[in-house]
Design a protein around this ligand. Structure first.
Ligand SMILES: [Zn+2]
Ligand SMILES: [Zn+2]
Length: 260
């Protein structure tokens, strides 16, 4: 399985997941423009023509901004829950959307995508488990607080992208108005570095080959802080040595290959 994070953050999210065997791919979220997706895929010799479906986690603009143009131009189906679709005032796919249900496994060529509920301030937000053959990738971002399923699945996957949104101290002392700070910290907001690290430390195990930390806040976090925090976790968990990737808010990441 190959994973390319095209962008990760409140300015836009999109993750390309490809089956090396069939060449088919899916896109998890589509929050950057069709043009930017094309440009960033091309860096790695990949093309939107091979993407067989868009899977949308929730209706916030940073996850759906590119949906209408991308889905229409490439005639690709957009998979989302019905409540997410209804909650979209703009950025709805014009046609060719398919409703997914929680717990339903959707198969696109040899790629299976399953949606799970999560806590976030949207109509029916979900996170995804992508399975290709024996390999499993968990994509969980925009998470106010974790639930049992996130915790369980973190121990059963080969790769995971998990949100590490903000540093508590930076948020506390930063420029945001109090109501916005509260919104971010709320059970329907975002996961702090501390919350993300706690999840990783408690629930991940030797199966995890790659840990991607993503959706870092521009104002309330830095990649250096996240790197330091994750090194702390690794120091306490010598049994567990995943490759660590900190997803960028600005540029396409490397091709992350997960093998059996
Ligand atoms: Zn977001
Ligand atoms: Zn969101």
């Amino acid at each position: 399985m190959n994973i390319i994070v095209l962008n990760s953050g409140s300015n836009g999210n999109a993750v390309f997941v490809e089956s090396p065997r069939s060449g088919a791919a899916v896109l998890l979220d589509c929050g950057i423009s069709r043009r930017q997706i094309e440009v960033r895929l091309k860096v790695h010799g990949r093309y939107l023509q091979n993407v067989k479906g868009l899977f949308i986690t929730h209706e916030h603009a940073d996850h759906v901004r590119g949906v209408p143009v991308t889905a229409k131009m490439y005639r690709m189906p957009t998979y989302l829950t019905e409540a997410t679709y209804r909650g979209m005032r703009v950025n709805r796919p014009h046609k060719g959307h398919r409703f997914i249900r929680i717990g339903e496994a959707v198969k696109v060529e040899d790629i299976t995508v399953e949606a799970f509920s999560k806590s976030h301030d949207a109509h029916d937000p979900v996170f995804f488990l992508v399975t290709i053959g024996e390999l499993r990738f968990l994509y969980v971002t925009d998470l106010g607080e974790h639930n049992q399923e996130v915790a369980r699945l973190l121990g059963e996957v080969d790769a995971a992208l998990i949100e590490s949104n903000y540093d508590e101290h930076m948020l506390e002392t930063g420029p945001y108005p109090e109501h916005l700070k509260e919104r971010i910290r709320a059970a329907h907001g975002h996961l702090s570095n501390l919350q993300a690290m706690e999840l990783v430390e408690k629930h991940c195990n030797g199966r995890l080959q790659t840990l991607i930390l993503g959706h870092l806040s521009e104002n309330n976090n830095t990649p250096e802080i996240v790197q330091r925090e994750v090194e702390g976790v690794l120091a306490r968990r010598p049994d567990f040595r995943p490759r660590i990737v900190i997803a960028s808010r600005y540029e396409v990441g490397d091709v992350v290959s997960i093998t059996g």
